[in-house]
Design a protein around this ligand. Structure first.
Ligand SMILES: NC(=O)c1ccc[n+]([C@@H]2O[C@H](COP(=O)([O-])OP(=O)(O)OC[C@H]3O[C@@H](n4cnc5c(N)ncnc54)[C@H](OP(=O)(O)O)[C@@H]3O)[C@@H](O)[C@H]2O)c1
Length: 241
C-alpha cells in the first residue's frame, strides 16, 4: 500500500492554517487538521474534497480539540503513530491575539501563553522523537513579526511570540544534526479573521495573503535535504516601519 507523508496542522479551520491544509493536501500529504470547532474543520474538508485531484488528494483527518490539552495531544500523536507510523511535517499555527500589555486580564494573558507558546511545546515534545527515529522531518512555527519587534498596546501577545521564536531557534540548532528542520515564519499582517479582530490598519489587499504563507512553506520543502531555513520574515509594504 502506498505510504503518504503525514502533516499535522493546528489552527487548520481558518486563515493561515486553512491555507496550509488546502495546499498540503493538494500536494499529496495525508493531512491531520486540528482546531476546536468541528464544523469549520468539516467545511475545510468539504472544500478540499470538492477540489480533489484523483490519485493525489487523500481525505484529511479531522481532530477537533483544544491545543492546550496536553493529554489529548498525547492521544492524538499515539493514534497517528499507530495508524500511519510516521509524522513528516508539523505546522504550529493555532493562536490568537488579545490586545493589552499590563491592561490585560491574568486569564487572557495566561491563556494566550498556553495557546501560542505552550501548546507548540506540547506538540513538538510528542512529534520530535518520531522524527528523530525517522532521521528527518520539518517543523514550521507560525510566529509573527511581533516575535521580533515589541508593539505598544500588544505586549502580552508580543511576549508569547518572542517566546516561540526563541524556542524555535533553539530547537533549530538542536535538531539540525538529526536531519530535522525547524523554521520560524514571522509575518506582518495577514488577511485573516485575526487581523480583522485586531483592527489591522491595512486594507485586505494591502496585507500578506494566507496563501503566501503556504507558498513560503512549499518553497522551504522543495529545498535540498541538507538545506535548512531558520527564520523567514514577511512584511507588508505599507507597515514596515
Ligand atoms: N493574521 C495575522 O496578521 C498574523 C500575523 C502574524 C502571525 N499570525 C499567527 O498566525 C497564526 C494563525 O493566525 P490566523 O491569522 O490564521 O488566525 P485565525 O484566522 O483567527 O485562525 C486561528 C486558528 O487557530 C485555531 N485556534 C485558536 N485557538 C485554538 C486552540 N486553543 N486550540 C485549537 N485551535 C485553536 C482557530 O480555530 P478554532 O477557533 O476553531 O479553535 C483557527 O483555526 C496565529 O498563531 C497568529 O498569531 C497571524
Amino acid at each position: 500500500m502506498k505510504q503518504y507523508p503525514v502533516a499535522i496542522i493546528t489552527g487548520a479551520s481558518r486563515g493561515i492554517g486553512k491555507s496550509c491544509a488546502l495546499g498540503l493536501t493538494q500536494a499529496g500529504y495525508q493531512t491531520v487538521l486540528i482546531s476546536r470547532t468541528e464544523s469549520t474543520l468539516q467545511t475545510v474538508v468539504n472544500e478540499i474534497n470538492k477540489n480533489s485531484i484523483k490519485d493525489v488528494t487523500i481525505e484529511p483527518l479531522v481532530y477537533p480539540m483544544d491545543v492546550t490539552d496536553k493529554e489529548k495531544i498525547r492521544q492524538l500523536i499515539d493514534e497517528i503513530q499507530n495508524q500511519f507510523g510516521r509524522i513528516d511535517l508539523l505546522i504550529n499555527c493555532a493562536g490568537f491575539l488579545k490586545p493589552g500589555t499590563l491592561n490585560i486580564s491574568d486569564y487572557d494573558f495566561e491563556n494566550m501563553i498556553k495557546t501560542n507558546l505552550v501548546s507548540p511545546f506540547y506538540l513538538m515534545k510528542e512529534v520530535v522523537p518520531l522524527m528523530k527515529k525517522a532521521g528527518k522531518g520539518h517543523i514550521f512555527n507560525i510566529v509573527s513579526r511581533a516575535g521580533k519587534i515589541g508593539f505598544e498596546g500588544e505586549g502580552a501577545y508580543v511576549a508569547t511570540k518572542f517566546g516561540l521564536l526563541g524556542f524555535s531557534e533553539s530547537l533549530y540548532r538542536e535538531l539540525s544534526k538529526e536531519g530535522i528542520s525547524v523554521t520560524a515564519i514571522c509575518p506582518g499582517w495577514v488577511n485573516t479573521d485575526l487581523s480583522k479582530q485586531a483592527k489591522a490598519p491595512l486594507l485586505d489587499e494591502e496585507m500578506i495573503q494566507p496563501e503566501d504563507i503556504m507558498k513560503t512553506i512549499a518553497w522551504v520543502l522543495e529545498l535540498a535535504p541538507n538545506t535548512c531555513v531558520r527564520e523567514i520574515t514577511l512584511e507588508c509594504f505599507k507597515s514596515i516601519a
